[in-house]
Design a protein around this ligand. Structure first.
Ligand code: ARG
Length: 588
């Protein structure tokens, strides 16, 4: 339970007592903290139910609520808003229970589900670019948020390792290095352990091959043929393709280690290989998949669609599977093997049509029934600081690894400018710089709503003041150093006393709002809700710290209570940042 729930129950029963729905008693944090701590707007709807003037109903409810010993005051404002203030004793009680709760007050689902979060989706042979930052960071964050709410969430990289690009690479290497053993049709292996190509080779080869595929029909035909044979399991092609995958994965793992992104499942499009045939057959048997001009498709459009959706292509006329086929088979795998009850895709919004088709096909085909939520939590794109699509000078997309380098270099400059982390040993200092750089990137990313396009402005993101990741890290580190200094003098956090000034109250109210912040993040699937909150909390903390001179306080009980507030503030801030995938250094 949270303070807000407790208040909603209280106000709800007052509504019920006067004869309207208890659900109208839902209490929220006040939008106008200068006027009230909490607010309830149910009287207007309740008055309609009763055919009564709203202010009269609000007055009646206010009287009932006010008689409760936990309530300091209730005022009726405007057309019938209830402005609620709670007693300082109640705030102290809630601080005590929050501090004693390992989840810091977060709701733990009483119906935990297996959630597969599908994010990142990098492709074999392609380098990560700035656009990949979004799905990786948002996905990693949402996975942690599900876990914080008591669900069992797994992150799956869903590697793009299956389609025509693989055939294009094979066809290109077959031309340039025909003597390699992989191209001997009769060869069954073993094949060389060493990869004939590096990831850098692939990154050059792939755009070339894909360009040729568009320009040269003959090359295109070879690439298509190689794709079909690869998918059918031709030994040499499979061996070569495994090299493509492993060199790509190796370079991905290196960048993920820097970024702090972890996957539980390293599956991909190709992991569904064995399911594709039987799936297509099953869907045909069920009458869902049908032949159309030599291909097999699923018609997903309904009468309700204003504009018809194109049919989903399950198998093209050359017998090949598509991106939609592997995604459908992946849903089947996630339901059958992992018993997923929710599958959440953090993928560019430009793929909305694809997911709509796949989800409809999954429902029609009985691959996932209504007990499985299928959610495309799409992300917007990243623009340059000028608000235009982010491009390098040669028109390409900036590489993610280069951006990480730049950010870390700038983080170093910022720490120097602010004379921070100067006394640390070199290796610890380097690690702090890396963490600050990552915090800059990630907070810059996550402080935007998932669906909006935002401007990548590394100058601003790396600032140590304002709404930035480094600033929030700094506040958390400072809270720790306050506790350390107190401990050196033998002072420890103690029992929470009722707050005695407004800065203290504001901080407590902010801390007690944390459970609803996580709830709202799960509703919107947008971590910007948490990002926003961390800044509010940090602001409330700083104002409290400026107003309440902890180390100079003469009353030991007050001092211990304040240290308790510092401690819980730090815990909540560190936890919130962790859900944003931001790590806080021990010192800086
Ligand atoms: N590899 C895909 C791409 O680059 C993204 C994969 C997203 N996940 C999925 N299940 N389709 O567009």
């Amino acid at each position: 339970m949270s303070l807000l729930t407790e208040l909603s129950v209280l106000v709800g029963s007052a509504f019920a007592a006067v004869g309207v729905d208890a659900s109208l008693g839902s209490v929220v944090v006040s939008q106008r903290p200068d006027l009230a701590q909490f607010q309830c707007n149910g009287a207007m709807a309740g008055a309609k139910q009763l055919g009564k003037p709203p202010r009269d109903l609000a007055d009646e409810v206010a009287k009932r609520v006010e008689s409760d010993p936990r309530i300091r005051a209730v005022e009726v404002a405007g057309p019938g808003f209830l402005n609620i203030h709670v007693t300082d004793e109640l705030l102290a009680q809630w601080m005590t229970s929050t501090a004693g709760d390992e989840h810091l007050g977060l709701y733990q689902s009483n119906d935990p589900m297996m959630v597969i979060v599908d994010y990142g989706g990098p492709n074999v042979a392609k380098d990560l670019h700035v656009g990949h930052l979004r799905p990786h960071v948002i996905g990693e964050s949402l996975k942690r948020v599900y876990r914080a709410a008591g669900h069992d969430a797994k992150g799956d990289i869903h590697l793009g390792d299956f389609g025509l690009p693989m055939g294009q690479l094979i066809a290109a290497i077959a031309e340039s290095h025909p003597d390699l053993p992989y191209f001997d049709e009769a060869a069954t292996g073993p094949f060389p352990k060493e990869s004939p190509v590096t990831v850098e080779d692939l990154q050059v080869l792939y755009p070339e091959a894909s360009g040729r595929s568009k320009a040269e029909p003959e090359f295109q035909a070879k690439a298509q043929q190689a794709t079909v044979e690869l998918q059918a399991g031709r030994a040499g092609y499979v061996a070569l393709w495994e090299h493509f995958r492993s060199v790509t994965l190796e370079s991905l793992r290196a960048i993920y280690a820097r970024l702090g992104v972890n996957f539980d499942l390293w599956l991909g499009e190709a992991s569904t290989g064995d399911r594709l045939e039987p799936l297509v057959e099953l869907l045909q048997e069920r009458g869902v998949a049908v032949e159309s001009e030599g291909a097999i498709v699923i018609h997903v459009t309904t009468d309700e669609d204003k504009k018809a959706l194109p049919p989903l292509m399950l198998r093209n006329s050359r017998g090949g599977s598509t991106y939609a086929t592997t995604d459908l088979a992946t849903i089947q795998e996630r339901v059958e093997e992992f018993h997923a009850r929710a599958i959440v895709y953090i993928v560019d919004l430009r793929q909305s049509l694809h997911f709509e088709q796949v989800f409809r096909a999954a429902r029609l085909g009985g691959i996932a029934d209504d007990s499985v939520q299928l959610i495309h939590a799409g992300n917007g794109t990243v623009n340059g600081p000028d608000g235009k699509p982010f491009k390098t000078r040669d028109g390409g997309l900036p590489r993610l690894s280069g951006l990480l380098d730049e950010t870390v270099a700038l983080a170093r400059t910022r720490l120097d400018e602010n004379e921070l982390a100067l006394e640390l040993p070199d290796d610890e200092r380097d690690e702090v710089i890396r963490l600050v750089g990552m915090a800059a990137l990630k907070y810059g990313e996550l402080s935007n709503h998932r669906t909006t396009n935002y401007s990548f402005d590394i100058e601003r993101f790396t600032q140590l003041q304002g709404k930035t990741g480094p600033y929030l890290q700094y506040v958390a580190v400072r809270a720790q150093s306050i506790l350390n200094r107190a401990a050196e003098q033998g002072l420890e956090p103690g029992t929470f006393l009722p707050p005695s000034n407004d800065k203290e109250r504001t901080l407590i109210l902010s801390l007690l709002a944390w459970p609803e912040v996580v709830e709202r993040t799960l509703e919107t699937l947008s971590p910007n809700v948490i990002a926003e909150y961390t800044y509010e909390l940090a602001t409330a903390f700083n104002q409290f710290y400026d107003a309440c001179h902890i180390m100079r306080e003469a009353d030991a009980a007050v001092q211990a209570s304040w240290l308790g507030l510092v401690s819980v503030s730090r815990l909540v801030l560190v936890r919130a940042l962790d859900l944003l995938t931001i790590e806080v250094p021990d010192r800086m």
